[in-house]
Design a protein around this ligand. Sequence first.
Ligand code: HEC
Length: 342
Amino acid sequence: MLMEQCMACHIPGGSGPFRLDRLEDVRRRIVLVRDQILKREMPPVYAQSELGPISPFHEFTDEQALLFQRWQQAGMPEGEPPEHVERRLEPALSAALTADVRLEAEGILSQVSVKVRNAPAAVAGIQGLHHPAIRQILLYRGNKVNPNRDHVGPEGELIASFSPGFHGPPVSIPVEGDVMMKVVYQPTGKPERVKLTLLPDAPNRNAEWISLGRDDWRIEADKRLNLETSLTLEEDVLVAGFLPEARHFSAMLQLVAKTPDGKEQRLFHARRWNLNFPGAYYFQTPVRLAKGTRLTYRALYDNTETCPVNKGRNPQPVSSGYGRDQDRFWMHILTVKPGSAE
Ligand code: HEC
């Protein structure tokens, strides 16, 4: 259970604060591990859908929690690792394209954009993602961004998002020519050099992102704000996954689908958004939505002193962007044309 649910992050160089991939590590931290498991804090399950599982991790069931406690009482004996876990850690594909990325030593969540020339036809994954500083890597088509400037959002079209511990997209998205790679990272206290390698795949020409959101808003200091935006589908689509774009001030995110017959379902729901886990979420099998379905995206922002960024300082007005006093109100939905990848 621990191998399956913890090792995507708690490995050397992983995003978790310490390793849990050896029995001695788990034994040494058993009080904390037990506490996190029983409180359902770990593994992190930050988003759910009424239409099927989307999180790569799941809360331990009551039976599993009991089993875990019995194992602890029995003196934490060694078990056999399930064979398929190893494979999930690093995809074993041949390297296609490598970028050397320099990360700053200090700051709160930062980002750097890097241009990648002649990317492979489609990208299946990124090697080097399991670095303690890295939170998310976004790929954009086009090269409209000045690669020497941080805190700039690429204007290009989204290709894919990769995060430590989150699976890659269930469909491959075509890439043509140059791409911008945006690396979102939490500085570790010393400058870091990370080698990132794009892993190639066969392109699936029918996958694309639908984006819902706005940039024309402002959250005053000491206020909470609800934002909402909608669109109606003009054709049937298969929804493969979700990429919420949200930062420090975002507290709750929700995407609701209202079908033409008036039925409402929650496609995506993050009860408490946590920027430590800024991943994309995918269904195992894409889910069909009919033409005429109305999609509404809502997000709640907290710019009061309870927001962690405002700890020990006066809240400032917040606008759209990637800086410290900025946040995002965008939800990207990965879709596939029915009939193509079913
Ligand atoms: C998707 C990555 C990921 C997975 C999977 C994951 N963790 Fe974590 N874990 C983290 C991160 C990141 C932190 C740092 C705490 C935070 O910022 O929320 C953390 C923190 C912890 C802590 C310290 C909490 C504290 O209060 O100091 C424990 C214990 C822990 N994880 C245990 C586990 C166990 C046990 C599992 C599996 C059942 C697990 N984690 C799965 C990423 C992960």
